[in-house]
Design a protein around this ligand. Sequence first.
Ligand SMILES: Cc1cc2nc3c(=O)[nH]c(=O)nc-3n(C[C@H](O)[C@H](O)[C@H](O)COP(=O)(O)OP(=O)(O)OC[C@H]3O[C@@H](n4cnc5c(N)ncnc54)[C@H](O)[C@@H]3O)c2cc1C
Length: 435
Amino acid sequence: MAGAASGRVDAGHRRDDGLEHRRAARLAEATAKALREAGEAVVCASLAALDPAELKAFRTNLLIVSTTGEGEVPDPARPFLNRLRAADLNGTSFNLLALGDSRYASFCGGGQRVRAALLERGAREAADRQRADGEPTATWRDWLNGVAEIIGVRLGVVEAHKPDWSVTLTLVERERLDDPTQGNTREIWRLSFAPDETALDFRPGDLLLISPAEGDPPRCYSIGASSLIGEPRFDLTVSLHVWWDAEGQERLGLASNYLCRQLQPGAKIAAHLRRHPDFNPLEDPSRPMVLVATGAGIAPFPGFLVERAKQDNAGPVWLLFGNRCRNGGFFYRRQFEQWCEQRTLTRLDTAFSRDADDGHYIQDRLTEHGEELLRWLVEDRSALYTCGRVGAAGAAVEQSLHDIIARHGGRYGLKPDETLARWRAGGTLRFDVFG
Ligand SMILES: Cc1cc2nc3c(=O)[nH]c(=O)nc-3n(C[C@H](O)[C@H](O)[C@H](O)COP(=O)(O)OP(=O)(O)OC[C@H]3O[C@@H](n4cnc5c(N)ncnc54)[C@H](O)[C@@H]3O)c2cc1C
């Protein structure tokens, strides 16, 4: 039995093609794992490394095929398709899952080409072909369960990927973001890590898990970069955690101290990559997003904008950022202002609570622009992402939204509690808050 993926990590492809290729490869591995765990002998290979004649040796073949350009198979799979046109596949059985994006006319075109060629050469399709639109995990799970039933294999729980991915990283850049000359600032650093392995698939909002020392439980840090754009880099924004013990002694958080003060460029660390799909940018790039951050909670959002800046049909993005002071506390200011000029960032509002000429908190800004915010969420189908500390970002933002709906929601027939619950459950509201 062969689980075959057309995917190969190839940084040269267009953004959505690269994502699809990685997904195909990831799902092929997960397919092979599920079948092996059910006691089957499985060979998992990229179509790039497969000769069509080899398909005859297996009881059945499972193919996961992505699409590139105008409905083509990805470049690495082309030789396979060419050889397929001359192969004799009578007596060969296959099942095909095509990955695609229905916003393109060529939806699942790559899979369709491979399927047509297989049928033409005499292969028999055991289970109906499936087409996955966008994030493919649910369709893949149904497809695999259906195939397993047909071929008489009892699968256990079908998992799309390992929960955490072990990575070795080198710190390539560190930069202090706050300005200590401004007095009472929190110490915040940007750290950029290069992974040893380049074939990694991660999005902004995914998490890096880092242990400060062997045996210490890992701490989570939000990733502000995307493997879809440029060289793979894990960009973190880390706030040095300061606390006071029972004797009133100032103590530093273990992991944040290690990252902010001890780790030097060139140092290698072991970490884990945890996927966090609920806090990734929307799959549909044309849908607007509202990003709300306080302090180090800005961490994932540069990555959101890096992705949007490269998307042809990118929708509006509104960033609301709050901190104590503008001077030394407006992190990534230059980049955000550039994204404003390029119209990647449609709107930018800030609140600096300790500045004499401001004195506002993020919740004040939300309330001030409540009517407009509600219009984005209801009429424009925006998703609102909030990241930061539990109190400042979590509870405060939720309370503001409650008040905004109570004040302006009547025109849409919205009631605060049930609307917030529905928005949370449906992904309109996404919170990533930490203590
Ligand atoms: C999903 C998620 C995403 C996150 N993203 C980010 C991010 O992008 N950036 C960021 O800066 N942070 C982020 N965090 C927070 C981060 O994971 C850590 O919690 C934070 O850096 C503090 O860890 P630390 O090891 O420095 O502190 P710790 O050493 O773990 O100290 C934390 C607390 O533990 C207690 N404590 C520790 N040692 C002792 C002791 N010996 N005795 C008694 N009490 C003790 C104290 O109350 C202290 O305040 C995120 C958290 C989550 C859950």
